[in-house]
Design a protein. Structure first.
Length: 231
């Protein structure tokens, strides 16, 4: 039996006994609020793991700070990663007007990746230079991006998108979400050969994702401006 999908804007006209209780109008909003809270907690956990420089003199404190610079840089990278993942989530869910159990569990798979980012970051800091840490970080970030693509695909095939979510707009989203997915997952075999090279590729991939996203946004805005006004 196919999965039941509940729209927030359209009533249920299927008749018969539903597989599950009807969705309340706030179900999608609750899912979004819950996701936002989990992301906020993950960002907080990142900050809690930041080391504090130590020393008895100013020179020693500054020396300690420089020694811990790689950990601060990893914090910034992971903060940017989570922020980018949340931006995609926020963008996509603005175009949803329905809810389903599959959407719920796909979203949980995305949240699993989000809460694992602080762990992967700590692993990368404490056992830096080893294959395990680099492979774990790349798998977590790449897998989380892949989960977002699965959410978008389900929303499209299940009819959960609003009419404003045109095929062209969804293609742009897939391009933007596919870039970090491929970049991080592709760095896994690189990590087995050289963990440091894989690590250097992540900031490049993150920066390129931002650039690609802005280019696609500008293209969409130009297309909307060039489109003839209705009526």
């Amino acid at each position: 039996m196919g999965q039941r999908v509940v729209s927030l804007t359209r009533g249920d006209h299927t008749g018969g006994v539903p597989e599950s209780p009807p969705s309340a109008p706030s179900d999608l909003e609750r899912l979004i609020f819950f996701s936002d809270a989990v992301v906020a907690i993950a960002l907080t956990l990142l900050a809690l793991e930041l080391p504090v420089p130590s020393g008895d003199t100013d020179a020693q404190v500054w020396h300690s700070f420089r020694e811990k610079a790689p950990e601060y840089l990893m914090f910034l990278l992971s903060f940017a990663v989570i922020a980018t993942l949340w931006t995609s989530h926020h963008w996509l869910f603005r175009y949803l007007d329905g809810w389903s159990r599959r959407l719920l569990w796909l979203n949980f798979s995305w949240l699993l990746g989000i809460v694992l980012v602080p762990f992967a970051t700590k692993l990368l800091i404490e056992v830096r230079g080893y294959q395990l840490s680099a492979v774990c970080y790349a798998a977590v970030v790449g897998g989380t991006s892949l989960a977002m693509l699965r959410i978008q695909r389900h929303a499209r095939t299940a009819g959960l998108l609003v009419p404003a979510a045109t095929p062209a707009l969804m293609r742009q989203f897939r391009v933007r979400a596919t870039f970090p997915t491929v970049a991080f997952l592709a760095s896994i075999p690189i990590a087995f050969a050289s963990p440091d090279v894989a690590m250097y590729s992540w900031p490049v991939a993150s920066g390129a994702t931002v650039v690609v996203g802005r280019l696609l946004l500008h293209r969409h805005e130009r297309a909307r401006a060039a489109a003839p006004s209705p009526g």
